[in-house]
Design a protein around this ligand. Structure first.
Ligand code: NAD
Length: 257
């Protein structure tokens, strides 16, 4: 198994990428700390892991709060003795997020608090635990929109994801000689609740789809597979990357007919 004897903490584990990653990492032998604010769905993720014969615990944490992040990392160490993999994946996309003229300050602040400060706080407490464990792998979920301008304006979200990429890069350099790897996972547009709620009309979906060479949205399961590689020792020489898994969207100037 690819994550045998590893302890992995995953935020946003109640849904989408986080849930699929929790299920996959557990199947590959990791003990899972599933973190979210949606407790009912988070408990379901854990129940599914246990039914399949894996080990997991759910803990409530709002990643925008330092005390919650400190507590979730403590849960990993208390329950399973250490932390080897930290997947800072929780994020939001506010439907009021738009261009700079109309996006309200509260939308900016909330998006930054969860998507960027949440990743910083996860790293802050996660890295301390990894130093105690002798190293580890951190995966921070960014987005392809951190690398290019999006057709549908969402300035707060885009800025937050650009921040995640820059933060991950710098942390990877700082901790490279401490056996801690840090990579930013940059998914393309996915058929998860987060994006489908934002692209809530067929016209909006088509506006995004037209840019994807593969001609379809990605699946959360496909991101989980990429995260598994970054979490495992198979990626032992991979750090500081913008790990792009996007159906080709960032490579395309025009899409094929
Ligand atoms: P999702 O909405 O299915 O899952 C996100 C999870 O994060 C939810 O379970 C939610 O409850 C949780 N969450 C929200 N705020 C939280 C908080 N403050 N503290 C803890 N948990 C919180 O979305 P997803 O598509 O699986 O997205 C996961 C990550 O991938 C996000 O960071 C998102 O920005 C990123 N991403 C998504 C897409 C896409 O197209 N869906 C593309 C690129 C990047």
């Amino acid at each position: 198994m690819r994550l045998e004897n590893k302890v992995a903490l995953i935020t946003g584990a109640s849904s989408g990428i986080g849930k699929e990653s929790a299920l996959l990492f557990a199947k590959e032998g990791a003990k899972i700390v599933a973190v979210d604010v949606n407790d009912a769905e988070g408990e379901k993720t854990v129940a599914e892991i246990k039914t399949a014969g894996g080990e997991a615990v759910y803990t409530h944490a709002d990643v925008s709060k330092a005390a919650d992040c400190e507590a979730m990392v403590k849960t990993a160490e208390d329950q399973f003795g250490k932390l080897n993999v930290m997947f800072n994946n929780a994020g939001i996309m506010d439907s009021r997020d738009d261009n700079a003229l109309v996006t309200e300050e509260d939308v900016w602040d909330l998006t930054m608090a969860i998507n960027l400060k949440g990743v910083f706080l996860g790293c802050k407490y996660g890295i301390a635990a990894m130093l105690r464990a002798g190293g580890g792998s951190i995966i921070n979920t960014a987005s392809f929109v951190g690398l290019m301008g999006a057709a549908t304006p969402q300035v707060a979200y885009t800025a937050s994801k650009g921040g995640v990429i820059a933060l991950s890069r710098e942390l990877s350099v700082i901790h490279a000689r401490e056996n801690i790897r840090v990579n930013a996972l940059c998914p393309g547009p996915l058929r998860t609740e987060l994006l489908m709620k934002f692209l809530d009309t067929e016209a909006k979906k088509q506006k995004r789809l037209v840019h994807i060479p593969m001609g379809r949205f990605g699946e959360a399961k496909e991101m989980a597979q990429a995260a598994l590689f970054l979490a495992s020792d198979e990626s032992s020489y991979t750090t500081g990357t913008e790990f792009v898994v996007d159906g080709g969207i960032t490579s395309a100037y025009v899409t094929p007919e």
